[in-house]
Design a protein around this ligand. Structure first.
Ligand code: HEC
Length: 135
């Protein structure tokens, strides 16, 4: 008797999980209120080198060391890690990237406790160097 009640609950659970995962595939948009923030290190290429090291330690496993979204853990992620060389990411303002890195979403962890503000801005300066080179 118990099994008869249990099965529909499992099916309902799977349906809800799939629905939530489907929602996660929607574009990820930072709330307007955070977008006014200026990058205090904007244009500083020196710190981009430090950013590269922090990126390799904390982001490369999913996003790949060159930011293409092809790290070793990428295939386990749903949705897939963003390609940081893409126009989509490169056209985003620094404040939007800052917010996404701080908050995380789905498989993407939140870094607001793991990294300092400075470290996050340095990573963003590194991401700016990844712009795909047009042949
Ligand atoms: C465990 C794997 C994982 C790690 C580690 C990780 N990310 Fe992500 N990242 C993701 C996934 C998956 C997404 C797509 C999330 C989504 O769209 O819901 C993402 C999305 C992003 C985006 C948003 C791109 C956009 O505009 O849609 C940025 C920016 C980003 N990651 C930066 C970073 C940085 C910087 C680090 C290191 C500090 C990092 N990520 C570490 C998996 C990861």
């Amino acid at each position: 008797m118990k099994k008869i009640i249990f099965l529909p609950l499992v099916i309902l659970g799977i349906a809800i999980t799939q629905e939530l995962q489907a929602q996660d595939r929607t574009p990820w948009v930072a709330p307007g209120v955070v977008l006014g923030r200026e990058n205090p290190l904007k244009g500083n290429e020196e710190v981009a080198k430090e950013g590269k090291k922090i990126y390799a330690n904390h982001c490369g496993s999913c996003h790949g060391d060159k930011g293409k979204g092809d790290g070793i853990a990428a295939s386990a992620c749903n949705p897939k890690p963003a390609d940081h060389t893409s126009d989509y990411v490169q056209k985003e303002v620094d404040a939007s990237l800052y917010w996404k890195i701080s908050e995380g979403r789905g498989p993407m962890p939140s870094f607001k406790n793991a990294l300092t503000e400075d470290e996050i801005w340095k990573i963003i300066n590194y991401i700016r160097t990844l712009k795909a080179k047009k042949p």
